[in-house]
Design a protein around this ligand. Structure first.
Ligand SMILES: *[C@@H]1O[C@H](CO)[C@@H](O)[C@H](O)[C@H]1NC(C)=O
Ligand SMILES: *[C@@H]1O[C@H](CO)[C@@H](O)[C@H](O)[C@H]1NC(C)=O
Length: 189
């Protein structure tokens, strides 16, 4: 093994052992990729929301990083198997998603499905204003704006199989919390 290869092995070991238990690392990476692809595309002024090219960010929108404590908190929410927001959050935003099937589901691939369903709100409903006015919020884009929210930089998510594996519940939590009414999702150039 050459030196570069050894260095890489050590780095990968650190990344994959950062959270004990919980969801597979592939799902963690998938949650991060979905959020950060959206964020970096918006930041660069390349995001098109239902035909509307959104302006670039004044200062780059930081990518999110994974937080094991937040993951644990989100996993408790998904483990309830109830499609409802948790009530006792302090400075934590929250997105939830569920699906049912007539066959047994697996957690693999669920991060991508959940994130797609949230982001697609920008395509379905457009993104009328970077400022989250009451009317922008009620247009149905609240999950997507939490994904994009510039000041939410820590992410943790849980995935739970329910009802004999025929139902899945996904919960992501965000610190700092996003979606403050009349605040900007991000500051435009
Ligand atoms: C942020 O994440 C995206 C998607 O994973 C990646 O393409 C981009 O290079 C990252 N940006 C920074 C500054 O790390
Ligand atoms: C919310 O309450 C539940 C049940 O009491 C607890 O397990 C969980 O850790 C709490 N979450 C937060 C973010 O305080």
């Amino acid at each position: 093994m050459n030196r570069e290869c050894m260095v890489l092995t050590v780095i990968l070991a650190v990344v994959s052992s950062q959270c004990s238990g919980g969801i597979p690392d592939t799902e963690r990476q998938s949650f991060l990729d979905a959020h950060n692809t959206l964020r970096s595309t918006i930041s660069a002024g390349k995001y098109v929301a239902n035909g509307k090219n959104m302006p670039a960010a004044k200062t780059p929108i930081a990518n999110m990083t994974w937080d094991c404590e937040i993951e644990k908190s989100a996993q408790k929410v998904s483990d309830t198997c109830i499609f409802a927001h948790s009530k006792n959050r302090t400075n934590l935003g929250e997105n939830i998603w569920t699906m049912w099937a007539s066959y047994k589901l697996s957690v693999n691939g669920m991060a991508k499905k959940a994130c797609n369903s949230w982001e697609v709100e920008f395509q379905k409903f457009g993104w009328a204003d970077i400022k989250l006015t009451p009317s922008v919020f009620s247009s149905g884009i609240g999950h997507a704006t939490q994904m994009a929210w510039a000041r939410s930089t820590k992410l943790g998510c849980g995935i739970s199989l329910c009802k004999e594996n025929q139902k899945v519940l996904v919960a992501c939590q965000y610190r700092d919390a996003g979606n403050f009414i009349n605040s900007n999702v991000y500051d435009p150039k």
